[in-house]
Design a binder for this molecule. Structure first.
Ligand SMILES: [Zn+2]
Length: 402
């Protein structure tokens, strides 16, 4: 593969740095040089002039569900029944939608059955375009009402030994990390998201098991007690975590221990506003209160210096930067939002060479005809995406590019 030289762009390095009229050289799947003095002649690389454009790392989303969203309307009476296999075509479309919008790394925190594992393999084998996928396989949960609603997305387990076994099963199936339900879910009428759902011993067992094997743990945690158990027992990422503004000491502890908050503001907008008609009134009212708390926690986490990672937890897939826009509306600067959606999320996933533009980093890049620092919503506009580079190869190039 010939080297690629991208010159004269405003470069955001994904860690808060900006370089004006900089040049980025890619060799193979890596960034090999960033700066003004890149020699564009050696080796005769292909060169692209990006004057007036912004080059940044491709987006990283720390909280998606790849198989949870509808695409087809239900069949009309008398129409041919829909085969289950259609699901795989839908998954391939979701993967393409993500990649085409420059979302090149996603962490799937729960899909039906083995869908995320299958899609990960299909993308790796080049059967469809798509992002780098990290998956938890099934979510480890206490036996709970949610198990009846989410079915094969969950692996029910009770007691430290069974929870440990459940974690091992996920890793045996190919999981990249382990996800646990530290509390119940806001989307289940019979669950109270305030109380802890796992015991301290159960959380401890799963963290110990995963960490011993070099894997990370993501904890779904809405109420304060479950969040406390998860943080104190050393999970790596706290998903939602909306109650944490009530106890700033826990946020300080997260900052000290290098734990990440994934605020998922969009999911609260979904249940309270955008898709409220699909939920019972009690859940809509609860989500309205939770939405306010989630924004309070985002501000408190920023003040405490907690690492924040973008997690859309919503759909349509590909529009993940809506979460970035909401985090900026919630008080992050646009640069802080971009860091959360690139190196912050990558670090939360343990991917130290992703989500940044620096010598040696993976060449997953996004070039925008616009300035996301003055208007982060340019990330939502397909027409403003001039280039998507994945592993050093151009995946998307806008035809009208100058
Ligand atoms: Zn979720």
């Amino acid at each position: 593969m010939e080297d690629l030289v991208l010159s004269n762009a405003r470069v955001l390095d994904g860690r808060g740095g900006i370089a004006e009229r900089a040049t980025v050289r890619l060799s193979g799947d890596r960034v090999t040089q960033v700066g003004r003095g890149v020699d564009t002649r050696i080796g005769g690389p292909e060169g692209i002039d990006l004057s007036g454009m912004t080059l940044m790392p491709a987006l990283v989303d720390a909280h998606v569900h790849l198989s949870s969203y509808p695409t087809l309307p239900p069949p009309l009476r008398g129409e041919e029944p829909r085969t289950e296999a259609l699901r795989y075509f839908e998954l391939a479309n979701f993967a393409r939608d993500l990649a085409s919008m420059g979302v090149l790394t996603v962490r799937d925190v729960g899909s039906e059955g083995d869908h995320a594992l299958h899609l990960r393999q299909a993308v790796q084998l080049g059967l469809c375009p798509g992002p780098r996928i990290l998956t938890c396989a099934r979510i480890v949960s206490a036996t709970s009402p949610g198990c009846r609603i989410f079915g094969t997305m969950y692996r029910p387990a009770d007691g430290p030994d069974e929870v440990r076994k459940a974690a091992r099963e996920q890793l045996a199936a190919g999981a990249d990390f382990v996800k646990v339900m530290a509390t119940g879910a806001r989307s289940v009428v019979l669950e109270n998201p305030e109380t802890a759902q796992l015991t301290r011993g159960e959380v401890r067992a799963v963290v110990e098991e995963a960490h011993r094997l070099g894997k990370r743990v993501a904890a779904h945690a809405e109420g304060l007690e479950g969040s406390r158990l998860a943080i104190e027992e050393g999970v790596d990422t706290v998903e939602h975590g909306l109650s944490l503004h009530r106890e700033p000491a826990l946020l300080e502890r997260m900052a000290e221990n290098d734990q990440t908050l994934v605020p998922t503001l969009s999911t609260f907008h979904d249940v309270s506003e955008d898709h409220a008609e699909k939920y019972p009134c009690a859940l809509v009212g609860q989500a309205e209160r939770q939405r306010e708390e989630a924004y309070e926690t985002l501000a408190a986490a920023k003040a405490a210096g907690v690492r924040i990672a973008m997690g859309f937890d919503s759909y349509p897939l590909g529009q993940n930067a809506r979460e970035l826009v909401r985090m900026v509306e919630g008080g992050l600067t646009p640069m802080e939002g971009i860091v959360a959606a690139t190196s912050g999320a990558a670090d939360a996933l343990g991917l130290g060479d992703v989500g940044r533009v620096e010598r040696g980093s993976v060449a997953d890049l996004l070039v925008l005809d616009g300035d996301p620092l003055s208007d982060p919503a340019v990330l939502l506009d397909a027409e403003r995406i001039s280039l998507v580079v994945q592993g050093g190869e151009i995946l998307v190039a806008a035809p009208r590019r100058r």
